[in-house]
Design a binder for this molecule. Structure first.
Ligand SMILES: [Zn+2]
Length: 428
């Protein structure tokens, strides 16, 4: 605090003196801080008695989580309620990092039949918080030509943190013939836009190309290499063999729709139920496998044998869009519950839904509950009963447990509260 009081009077790096208005504002902030200190309420919010799972910090047990100024201030055994302005009782609930969905299509606009600036995309806030998601990554719905429109129209206006893979196709998912135009796939232009928005654009995407020329794939790979970021491969590349795609992919590149069984891409599991050796070799090399459930991207006929043979997804991308949200996919939590029904532990599904997803997009500031991190937090109920989970083929897998988002906190602010656990009782 001492440093805080002194710095307003000192010149800043560029030699600019702070105005008195700034000095007064900072002094008021300090006084507020001290008054909170005197009252003992240094935290804005305290989540008590929840079972915290924070894979990055190796925490898996009953802890309290204290938040102030939109950040996580303390995770400890017994933080007194008197130290917080507000306390939420989370006994019997899981307290985990805000979930990260690395495959969505959220460049919503008014164009009929389009994903880019169109009605096939969806508005992130409409779906995220109710399923415990605080960060989404748009999977190349925009390209270097229309990223600014996407940013102004959606990213800057959403409460959800919206990040993006930039499509190598200049206008993103604008449909044919634009999406097939190789002359518009310019890696240097993509890199320029990525570097300008390094805080938002996390990588390059290739997908939805029907030609047999490898130019789009190579250009995308070139842009990803030049920007030291991952390549996100969304298939829909019917002329390219899966083996060749995986051979070209580098450690840290991401394949999505990993467990699809469709004509346009060879499935990862062969007709005898075995994961193809070149797929396992790619996994060993460090290629990451994302679910990318969507409307056609997740089949139990692939996912179950793959899971049993160790081809486990690194992340639970939903491929959220207008046509997937009400079918088998439903939400990231539904995908996580599917994996619990297949035998994955809750610790493991939380790891892949948060910390692993953050690492895969090189955003290690996210997906964890470390002290000083942004307070993106999800409080989950673990429900027991008889549940059914549906895949892209319309087939059902039964399970005995399901996760539901009780409370979602984005940068310290409560943005979803299913049963009012943070609300005061109504009195007449
Ligand atoms: Zn997609």
């Amino acid at each position: 605090m001492v440093r805080y009081l002194i710095t307003p009077l000192a010149p800043l790096k560029g030699g600019i003196l702070l105005s008195w208005r700034h000095v007064i504002a900072m002094t008021i902030n300090c006084l507020l801080f001290f008054s909170n200190e005197i009252s003992g309420q240094q935290y804005d919010l305290l989540i008590k008695n929840g079972h915290v799972i924070d894979p990055k910090n190796h925490i898996n047990g009953k802890k309290d989580v204290a938040i102030a100024g939109g950040k996580i201030m303390r995770v400890d055994n017994d933080i007194p309620t008197a130290q917080s302005k507000k306390t939420i009782e989370a006994n019997g609930l899981y307290v985990v990092p805000g979930l990260i969905d690395i495959h969505t299509h959220v460049f919503v606009g008014s164009k009929p039949g389009k994903f880019a600036d169109g009605i096939n995309s969806v508005s992130p806030d409409d779906f995220t918080f109710k399923s415990g998601v605080t960060t989404v990554v748009d999977a190349g719905t925009s390209g270097w030509r229309n990223f600014d429109l996407f940013k102004g129209q959606v990213i800057d206006r959403s409460q959800t943190r919206v990040l993006a893979f930039l499509n190598i196709a200049g206008s993103g998912m604008s449909g044919k013939p634009t999406e097939e135009d190789t002359s518009d796939m310019i890696s240097d232009s993509a890199v320029v836009v990525l570097n300008k928005h390094k805080d938002i654009i996390v990588g390059i995407k290739i997908g939805h190309y029907e030609g047999s020329d490898w130019t789009p794939f190579n250009r995308a790979l070139e842009a990803a290499s030049k920007s030291n970021s991952p390549l996100f491969v969304e298939c829909h590349l019917p002329q390219f063999s899966l083996e060749d795609q995986l051979r070209k992919m580098r450690r840290g590149d991401i394949l999505t729709h990993s467990y699809e069984q469709v004509a346009e891409r060879m499935p990862v599991v062969d007709e005898q139920g075995k994961v193809r050796p070149f797929v396992l070799a790619a996994q060993k090399k460090g290629v990451l496998f994302d679910v990318g459930h969507g409307g056609a991207g997740f089949w139990f006929s692939q996912a179950v044998p793959a899971f049993k043979q160790g081809l486990v997804p690194n992340s639970f991308g939903s491929d959220l869009h207008r046509f997937s949200m009400n079918a088998g996919m439903k939400s990231v939590l539904n995908i996580m519950s599917k994996y619990m029904a297949m035998g994955m532990s809750i610790e493991d599904v939380i790891t892949r839904g948060s910390w692993n997803a953050a690492k895969s997009i090189q955003r290690e500031d996210l997906g964890n509950l470390g002290e000083g991190s942004v307070a993106d937090i999800t409080v989950l109920s673990f429900q027991k009963g008889k549940f059914g989970f549906i895949d892209a083929a319309g087939k059902k897998l039964e399970g005995s447990s399901k996760l539901e988002a009780e409370l979602t906190i984005r940068a310290g602010k409560i943005v979803w509260d299913l049963n009012g656990i943070a609300a005061e009782p109504w009195t007449q």
